[in-house]
Design a protein around this ligand. Structure first.
Ligand SMILES: [Zn+2]
Length: 452
């Protein structure tokens, strides 16, 4: 039992309980509400956490993550446009990864996500050379809820540019699809269902239409989700124009829309594209920090939401953000929409917080299991310590979380009913050894890739 908490349920009514309690049994929530109602049961609990008026809210769901990019933070230069940034830096570095680099980068990334209150994430593009088994093992050990998507490709290109992907990153059609099938057989459903294996076709320009159709067919066969980058920069739009189509029309025609289909970025969607996504239940992972840092543009999020698209949030990668802190991402998302729409009501704090929780759960097809604090749902929740100057006074905790907090204010994290961080101590991963290994690996990677 967690008692004396300020509970932001994010249920359909966005109920808030002051001095509330949450009771967790096994992996599920079996009570949420005012403490008086359960007083008589006190003493009957295996563990009682006195929240001391701390805020309890659902765990955050990051729907667009590159685990392999945590190691690239501060290595890749700032102030560079996307395609140049990929060609000259990200791909040569990731194309020099070995399985240990992949594992250490995943550890660093998950450590940061846990510390900042992320309980579930979607990794969008795992190449075989990063070592899937090692990365899945880290996800299992961390206690996190993870979607791990296998990169699929058959052309080493990006949009209209051919032969631009670093040779170390290139995989062929059968190699990438067979690795997906192997990974799915070995890991899908592992950790009592915490791990899902999805398909992550590369961005248009790196997959033939026939491969996209095959991906759609395999996804149906395996009941697997699909995630892909889409319409991130203007160059993508030029590519779709050359095919006399639009991003939404393109993916819909190839059978890639629907539930458990997440398209990252979608900065350059037309209104018709948005209507297609709304109609088909397709989700968009909005990545505001990454889009701002790479100068890609501002996604029309409030318009997408108005048209009924399920928009969730993503931190993207180590060198494009450069953090995996969802609370900071929520703030940027909400401010950008107010600013570009010249309307402070274009996106509200609670709508933005729902993007990071409820909408994320829906994107994963887990809306009945996670995303809010409700009886019968999985106990994926975080405790935020508001006893800090930047969170005082705490009259409106939703406003404080969205506008004033950062991930560093998260004190404890529970996933699937298990505490994975308690009082600022991560219990599932060895922080000191991960930080040391990350420094060593980053240094070696610079040499291996010829960047130093
Ligand atoms: Zn990305």
């Amino acid at each position: 039992m967690i008692r004396d908490a300020y509970i932001l349920t994010l249920n359909a009514r966005n109920d808030i309980f002051e001095k509330g309690s949450v009771i967790v049994e096994d992996d599920k929530i079996n009570f949420v509400g005012k403490a008086e109602r359960i007083k008589e049961k006190d003493g009957a609990f295996e563990k009682v956490i006195d929240a001391g008026s701390n805020i309890i809210m659902p765990g955050l769901i990051d729907t667009h993550v590159h685990l392999a990019q945590a190691l690239l933070r501060s290595i890749v230069p700032d102030d560079v446009r996307l395609i140049e940034w990929l060609k000259n830096w990200v791909w040569p570095l990731q194309g020099s990864f070995d399985k240990e680099d992949g594992q250490v980068s995943a550890q660093l990334c998950m450590l940061e996500m846990l510390r900042s209150g992320t309980t579930a994430f979607v990794e969008s593009l795992l190449h075989t050379r990063y070592g899937f088994d090692g990365i899945a093992g880290v996800a299992l050990k961390s206690g996190m809820r993870a979607v791990l998507s296998k990169a699929v490709m058959d052309i080493p290109g990006y949009a209209g540019q051919k032969d631009v992907i670093h040779p170390g990153m290139v995989e062929d059609r059968d190699e990438s699809l067979n690795e997906f099938k192997r990974m799915h057989a070995k890991w899908n459903g592992a950790g009592a269902g915490r791990i899902q294996v999805w398909l992550g076709p590369r961005t248009p320009g790196a997959c033939s239409e026939s491969l996209y159709r095959t991906v759609a067919q395999i996804a149906r066969e395996y009941t697997a989700g699909v995630t892909m980058h889409l319409a991130e920069v203007k160059e993508d739009l030029e590519y779709f124009s050359s095919l006399k189509t639009s991003p939404g029309e393109f993916v819909n025609r190839l059978g890639l829309t629907g539930s458990r289909r997440i398209f990252a970025h979608c900065v350059w969607l037309s209104e018709d594209d948005m209507r297609v996504f709304a109609k088909t239940g397709t989700s968009v992972a909005h990545c505001p920090s990454s889009n701002m840092k790479l100068g890609s543009g501002i996604a029309p999020v409030s318009e997408m939401l108005r048209l009924g698209v399920n928009v969730c949030l993503g931190c993207d990668g180590g060198p494009s953000n450069d953090d995996y802190d969802m609370i900071r991402e929520v703030k940027l998302a909400v401010l950008l929409q107010k600013g570009i729409n010249l309307n402070p009501n274009a996106l509200t704090a609670v709508e933005a917080l729902r993007m990071a929780t409820v909408n994320g759960a829906k994107a994963l097809g887990l809306e009945n299991q996670i995303g809010s604090i409700e009886v019968g749902k999985k106990a994926d929740l975080i405790i935020v310590d508001p006893r800090r100057p930047h969170l005082f006074p705490n009259i409106n905790p939703i406003s404080n979380i969205v506008y004033s907090a950062t991930g560093a204010d998260v004190r404890s994290v529970m996933i699937d009913g298990k505490l994975v961080m308690e009082d600022n101590q991560v219990l599932t991963l060895d922080e000191d050894s991960i930080l040391k290994a990350a420094s060593d690996k980053a240094e070696k990677l610079l040499h291996k890739s010829g960047k130093r």
